[in-house]
Design a protein around this ligand. Structure first.
Ligand code: NAD
Ligand code: ATP
Length: 303
């Protein structure tokens, strides 16, 4: 059976189109059938490459290869969410925290795929249920990074009440609250002062955004618990919920948002066993000078 790779890229970027040409050549040479998610792009490649329009969807692909940065991976996650197809990110972006390979390692990545020399890592998402006044059914959503409840406009604050497992915890005026997975703990939640959660910490992080309150600390709950965020009737401002910076749901006052660890994780193809700590050091250029000297001094002392 022919092995297929579906490619998602940032079609608006010249470097992505160049990387796409190389990826398609390498994958085709390795015996893969290549499909492009971006039909317009497929149009320009369809003639002289074995590009197959990705009309067949994702589930008959072995891997979704993403040529881009974090945002493009978050966009590609919309395709694989709910399926068992893993994402493999090749970083063409500025940060590329979610990517597995750098641009210069594209050939190696294709070689490892061809040899089935990769492991699949599951990353938790958050599931979101939004109950709005006058609506019988909740609006549902999910996020790989975070679901953020924010004030709908810049002026004033949004008044929210926070609860855990149906029990009230606190209420305050703020710019919003970020409800993040471990994966998203290095993204918006990180910028808002939240802790970094290693990927195997299966909890959900809440970080308030500029809360006007004495008790508004980052909180972490376990995989069996759920947050409730209510937009209070007294709030001078309605809210808006945004998942991964891309999927939004309006929150009139009186809305109730429930966020819990998702039931279906997203899957990533991992080529290198490099620990998350190394990725953190590399992506944030953390100063680790002196670590080796200290370690070798300890080894000498221990003989
Ligand atoms: N003040 C902030 O830091 C802020 C504000 C809004 C959104 N965001 C983040 O942007 C994400 C959307 O990313 P985008 O690239 O489409 O938007 P974008 O182009 O605005 O980039 C936001 C930044 O977040 C980085 N990023 C995204 N996911 C990350 C992760 N899991 N770990 C570390 N860094 C990550 C991106 O690389 C980029 O540098 C949202 O999920 C949210 O986490 C951050
Ligand atoms: N085909 C596309 N058309 C329009 N916008 C796109 C497309 N692909 C990606 N984008 C958007 O462009 C933005 C930047 O993309 P991406 O994250 O890949 O690059 P970057 O921001 O430079 O990398 P990083 O996120 O690692 O800093 C993202 O918000 C993404 O959703």
């Amino acid at each position: 059976m022919t092995r297929r790779v579906l490619i998602v890229t940032h079609g608006g970027r010249p470097e992505a189109v160049a990387a796409l040409t190389e990826a398609m050549r390498e994958l085709t040479a390795a015996g893969f059938e290549v499909a492009l998610h971006d039909d317009d792009l497929a149009e320009s490649f369809g003639d002289h490459m074995s590009a197959v329009r990705a009309r067949e969807g994702v589930t008959d692909s072995e891997v979704v290869m993403v040529l881009g940065g974090d945002g493009t991976i978050l966009r590609a996650a919309e395709l694989t969410h709910g399926t068992r197809v893993p994402l493999l990110g090749v970083n063409l972006g500025h940060v590329g925290f979610l990517a597995e390979s750098e641009r210069e390692d594209l050939h190696l990545a294709v070689q490892r795929l061809a040899e089935r020399d990769y492991v699949v890592e599951e990353r938790s998402v958050v599931d979101v249920h939004v109950h709005r006044p006058g609506e019988d059914e909740p609006v549902t959503g999910w996020a790989l990074n975070e679901a953020t409840v924010e004030k709908a406009r810049r002026e004033r604050v949004i008044e929210v009440a926070i609860g855990v497992d149906g029990r009230p915890l606190s209420s305050f005026g703020c710019d919003g609250v970020v409800l993040s997975t471990s994966t998203g703990s290095t993204a918006h939640a990180f910028s808002a002062g939240g802790p970094v959660m290693w990927p195997d910490v299966d909890g959900v992080l809440l970080v308030p955004l500029s809360a006007h309150a004495l008790f508004a600390r980052p909180l972490v709950i376990g995989p069996g618990s759920a947050y409730t965020v209510k937009v209070l009737e007294r709030s001078p401002m309605p809210g808006i919920l945004t998942c991964d910076g891309r999927r939004s749901i309006e929150l009139p006052v009186g809305s109730r948002v429930e966020v819990r660890r998702g039931s279906t994780p997203l899957r990533f193809a991992r080529l290198s066993p490099a620990p998350f700590t190394d990725r953190l050091v590399s992506k944030f250029s953390l100063p680790v000078v002196g670590w080796r000297e200290a370690a070798s001094a300890r080894d000498e002392k221990e003989g």
